[in-house]
Design a protein around this ligand. Sequence first.
Ligand code: NAD
Length: 487
Amino acid sequence: MQRFQSYINGEFLDGEARFQSIDPATGDVWADMPEAREADVDSAVNAAERALYEGPWARLTATQRGKLLYKLADLVAANAQKLAELETHDTGKIIRETSAQIAYVADYYRYYAGIADKIEGSYLPIDKPDMDVWLRREPIGVVAMVVPWNSQLFLSAVKIGPALAAGCTMVVKASEDGPAPLLEFARLVHEAGFPAGVVNILTGFGPSCGAALARHPKVAHIAFTGGPETARHIVRNSAENLASTSLELGGKSPFIVFADADLESAANAQVAGIFAATGQSCVAGSRLIVERSVKDAFLSILKRKAEAIRIGAPLDMATEVGPLATKRQQDHVAALVEKSVGSGARLVVGGQRPDADGYYFPPTILDCDGVASPSLTEEFFGPVLSVVSFETEAEALKLANDTRYGLASGVFTQNLTRAHRLMKGIRAGVVWVNTYRAVSPIAPFGGFGLSGHGREGGIAAALDYTRTKTIWLRTSDDPIPDPFVMR
Ligand code: NAD
């Protein structure tokens, strides 16, 4: 059995307790993990605070911070295959995706390495002749980062990269489900030469570890990715330390297909949007909104593609859909499909959990036209697509916006003016037109409504890890005039 450690103050430690990690492809225990609770969280946050104000990190120039980030990027690239195998083993996410995604994670670190010495302050054209006034941009402080089990290296890179560029120090809490790749990544942080305490990585359970981190008095900002219910706990806890928050939450993203779209290409994008990563993607295009005149034609293409998907062992390069990450997730998906069918949704394909070891669930399509199916409003985080149809563009937009989430969306049409109207009308943080599930370190990402607030990616994300300090310098040698009047 593989054994992992947490990384606190530059040291690899066994944790306050231990727990076991299960391989979702087999249901068997495969690794032994360190469990952090309140005491480990406290020493990690204290180490981060010392590193922020007292350690060598505080004295590094921004360019030196950037060089460390470049080194980290190179190490991630060099170790991508090993990290990918660990992620696949621990979460069931297919190796085909983890190996490509982690190689790309290196580019996120590279992007923020370049930004480190481009975070500038400013000089203000102040309205007083004897004053010079500047804004300095300083690191926001100790950052708590809490991530879910899907794509932990990716979801942490979009936080760690900009936070390091800004000069912050941090405690990263890996999910208790599938923490192996992030705990292994700590070895690369160490090897890159970041001073002790700058990046601390641990794992543990939500109520005992995540909550202790979110309410810790020395935490200045909480960067969270996960579900909306957990986000509410985090925000309540942040009432203790008054930390700022950025929240990347779930979605029920609309995928709109007009009759004039290239249906074959749109179907490929829909497969990417709902069956890739076994649907365990926050941006899953889980609500297909299709023009009625092409509904049958589009569903028959989708059905053919869904039935041809190769389901199998996640470590096999040929596999296209692997297991879900946990038994809990498999039960949730199966129960929501059952509830939706019970409410009148019609199964087009899939729907039955296979009689196999591991937490598999097949690609599933539910025709929900005319039905108030819970599958249209609740997030599956699994390979289940719900379908409704429309007659007019206005109806399509209304259906698309009929959700409290607002993370992503897709529009498939050849009509340019219509595409422009929809990209303005859709209430979501990302609109993909004639494509889906594309990301880049250069492009901001984040949601509206229940999908959260704050943006990851892009230059502004690094600025979000800074706070400004206003410096006033009086340039006159004359004595200060009337001290009883505010100047
Ligand atoms: P989750 O909310 O259950 O857990 C996420 C993290 O929060 C875990 O590390 C967990 O231990 C921790 N946590 C749990 N309770 C806590 C508490 N009381 N205080 C502090 N931390 C706590 O999410 P999940 O089920 O692991 O992941 C799936 C969810 O994540 C889905 O809703 C999905 O859409 C969302 N997600 C969003 C994005 C995005 O970028 N918007 C990306 C991936 C996943």
